[in-house]
Write a protein that binds this ligand. Structure first.
Ligand SMILES: Cc1cc2nc3c(=O)[nH]c(=O)nc-3n(C[C@H](O)[C@H](O)[C@H](O)COP(=O)(O)O)c2cc1C
Length: 140
């Protein structure tokens, strides 16, 4: 069974809602899914996963969250090489620049990115609910 570990940071719950929908989609396809707030995530959660899914909203000025997510992402760079990785997150008013930069940063770390990342404006609703579930389904 494919192990999908979803690790996210969320301030107001939008990225967390995305994470739950992605988990739902992956579970539907038979994956064993672990959903973790980044404050609870450990190296082992990266090492054991077949697919690592990382989520952060756009914060600061078009960057991932800086107090917990960025240090975690930095800390896993030695073990992320060759891993299947997918990124997602919510944003407010930008054009997704933070996600493009994050994708290219992970690419530089040697991660095997399985897609270009999923971005949703604020909370997932309407068609973006299905987009999140599909994103999860396609990871498996
Ligand atoms: C401090 C702060 C900085 C933000 N910076 C950006 C930004 O640069 N670009 C953008 O599109 N949205 C920005 N946002 C909006 C958030 O990305 C958006 O509200 C998102 O839905 C929050 O996700 P969350 O509920 O998972 O925390 C910012 C929000 C906050 C609180």
């Amino acid at each position: 069974m494919s192990k999908v570990n979803i690790i996210y940071w969320s301030g107001t719950g939008n990225t967390e809602s995305m994470a739950k929908l992605i988990a739902e989609g992956a579970k539907e396809k038979g994956a064993e899914v672990k959903l973790l707030n980044v404050s609870d995530a450990k190296d082992e959660d990266i090492k054991e996963a077949d697919v690592v899914v990382l989520g952060s909203p756009s914060m600061g000025s078009e960057v991932i969250e800086e107090s917990e997510m960025e240090p975690f992402v930095e800390s896993i760079s030695p073990i992320i090489s060759g891993k299947k990785v997918a990124l997602f997150g919510s944003y407010g008013w930008g054009d997704g620049e933070w996600m493009r930069n994050w994708v290219s940063q992970m690419d530089d770390s040697g991660a095997n990115l399985v897609n270009d990342g999923l971005i949703v404006q604020e909370a997932p609703e309407g068609s973006s609910v299905e987009d999140c579930k599909n994103f999860g389904r396609e990871l498996v």
